[in-house]
Design a protein around this ligand. Structure first.
Ligand SMILES: [Zn+2]
Length: 285
């Protein structure tokens, strides 16, 4: 009897909490969500994946639940990914290990042949400028605002044809040189761009590659970005509402023709923005 009691206790302490995972298989460049049931005496703290960690937040609309997002880098190779959930139960520090399968997104490849000298035609000034802009951006994306500004479903920034989707691998002269980091919307110069959701404008600036760029912080580590704009109608520090016009599309930055490049970051990682929006809308709002 004693033995059975001990065994039962062992099993119940293993089943420490209830949770739901959007998908146990995640494609590189995409995001998964874990929804936890709030339980008395259990405090969820974070998910740890390798060197990265992601916080667990209150569900925006359901007071009985909490959530954590699990973004996967585009460069992650297919593998079984270990995710450790850290939590406290009656003030005792515990963790539980979950496993995810990372799958290859099999993104299409785009081969571009250019003169060798033009693959990386950067002067010292340009290098300094792009390095500074990169550092500024990474500082923003690495900042997790604890507050969630969002209360309802995300929307796309413009009702227009998608001309290039996220993840297309770009090969210059047979060397893989990055990938398409967002979703492009067809837009002639001067087309209004709207905020995908409520948030705070944390960057409204001209940058070398992305031209006139806006970054909106939606809180809890989620950012949306709007590039190559011709005009801004908001400035850094402004609070914006979902659907509010934040500026006009253009052809600024290093591009060949006018369009809107829309992208998103979660926990510092660049992810497919449309998949992220769908995931959040289906699971949180
Ligand atoms: Zn683009």
């Amino acid at each position: 009897m004693k033995y059975i009691m001990a065994l039962l206790f062992f099993i119940s302490s293993l089943a420490a909490f209830n949770f739901n995972i959007s998908d146990s298989t995640i494609t590189n460049g995409r995001t998964a969500i874990i929804i936890f049931d709030k339980e008395k005496s259990v405090n969820y703290e974070k998910l740890v994946v390798g060197k990265r960690s992601y916080r667990v937040f209150n569900h925006p609309l359901n007071s009985k639940k909490m959530y954590a997002l699990l973004p996967v880098s585009y460069y992650k190779k297919p593998t079984t990914q270990k995710v450790e959930v850290f939590y406290k139960k009656s003030n005792k520090k515990l963790s539980k290990t979950l496993f995810f399968k990372i799958e290859d997104g099999k993104y299409p490849k785009e081969t571009i042949e250019v003169q060798k000298s033009k693959v990386n035609p950067k002067s010292k000034e340009v290098k300094q400028r792009t390095a500074k802009e990169y550092a500024e951006a990474m500082k923003i994306y690495g900042t997790v605002t604890p507050k969630n500004y969002v209360r309802s479903k995300y929307i796309v920034p413009m009702d227009s044809k998608i001309t290039s989707s996220f993840g297309k691998a770009r090969i210059y002269n047979s060397t893989l040189n990055g990938y398409h980091s967002g979703t492009d919307f067809r837009a002639k110069i001067g087309t209004p761009i709207i905020a995908s959701n409520d948030g705070k404008v944390v960057l409204a600036q001209n940058r070398f590659y992305s031209g006139n760029s806006i970054i909106v912080d939606h809180g809890q580590g989620i950012y949306t970005c709007y590039y190559h704009m011709s005009e801004f109608s908001v400035k850094e520090g402004d609070m914006v509402r979902k659907g509010e016009v934040i500026g006009l599309s253009g052809d600024t930055g290093r591009i060949t023709g006018p369009h809107l490049h829309f992208s998103a970051r979660v926990g510092g990682l660049q992810v497919d923005p449309l998949q992220l929006i769908t995931l959040l809308n289906e699971n949180l709002y």
